[in-house]
Design a protein around this ligand. Structure first.
Ligand code: SPM
Length: 288
């Protein structure tokens, strides 16, 4: 895939044809790593004010200053929507951040993790240990390979599946298509919940509508949760949620105090509030 990032005068800019006319720029001090893996260009920068930053094919995946917002919401919204998650899968997110958050749930017994690019895991372990400590959890079984193929082999295996994908360009494209969602449904146990990277309703209206349409057709319930992330273009991103039973917009159980004390973004009120959308975004869901 074409690299969507540019560096000029000490600033990295994410420029992508999917959000024309806007660039998100972050001032950088140093390039810590820059190499092409079998799947994508991987860059790690030391930024001036936002800690280290992971960039794949020129698209910002995280900065250490605000990564907690995305990782916490991607993990805790689906995990608290489920009444008792025991077996879960995480697809993508080789930096380990979603695993770190999922691991805070003591009731989970097994975590299957699948990532297509082993280099992202290796580089995160070396340069982003705050994220990659997620891999230290003994309940995690790491599978290297295609997430779509991995999910297709599973039947009624998981209570919750979280898909931390990159954008629908490059290696993540297949994870935004209906056959993948059919596989997710097949892989869920009764009452299962799925959460996928749902893009921004400002910048990716068509993708948001497309995912809502697919999940409405296949699942009993579907909903879209909004997350504020200053270092993603538009300052926001969403979670596409779908369920075979549980309500999605309210937590199904109380959050233990020791878990709440570890978090910076997620709490039960934010869980509920994240589903309250501006009028134009609500309309995307009314129109499908
Ligand atoms: N664990 C962090 C991985 C992040 N995965 C999602 C990245 C999405 C980046 N693009 C956002 C585009 C803005 N709408």
């Amino acid at each position: 895939m074409k690299n969507m990032g540019k560096i000029k005068d000490g600033w990295f800019s994410e420029v992508c044809p999917m959000w024309p006319g806007i660039a998100l720029s972050v001032e950088i001090n140093k390039v810590l790593y820059s190499k092409k893996s079998q799947f994508q260009q991987i860059d790690v920068y030391e930024t001036k004010n936002h800690g280290r930053m992971l960039v794949l094919d020129g698209i910002i995946q995280l900065t250490l200053s605000d990564e907690f917002a995305y990782q916490e919401m991607m993990a805790h919204v689906p995990l608290f929507a489920h009444p008792d998650p025991k077996n879960i899968a995480v697809i993508g997110g080789g930096d380990g951040g979603v695993l770190r958050e999922a691991g805070r749930h003591k009731g989970i017994e097994t975590i299957d993790f699948c990532e297509i690019d082993p280099q992202v895991i290796e580089i995160s372990k070396k340069y982003l240990p705050e994220m990659a400590r997620g891999f230290d959890d003994p309940r995690i079984k790491v599978h290297i390979g295609d997430g779509n193929a991995f999910i297709r082999e599973k039947k009624e295996a998981y209570d919750v599946i979280i898909v931390d994908s990159s954008d629908p360009i490059g290696p993540g494209e297949v994870l935004f298509k209906k056959p993948f969602y059919q596989g997710l449904k097949h892989a869920l146990k009764e009452n299962g919940v799925v959460a996928t990277q749902g893009e921004s309703f400002f910048l990716f209206k068509e993708t948001v509508a497309h995912l809502a349409q697919i999940t409405k057709e296949l699942f009993l319930k579907q909903a879209y949760s909004c997350i504020l992330v200053p270092t993603y273009p538009g300052g926001n991103i969403g979670i596409c949620l779908a369920s075979l039973g549980p309500e999605l917009k309210t937590p199904a159980r109380k959050i233990p105090k020791e878990l709440q004390d570890q978090l910076q973004y997620y709490c039960p009120k934010v869980h509920e509030a994240s589903f309250v959308l501006p009028r134009f975004a609500q309309k995307i869901f009314e129109d499908i």
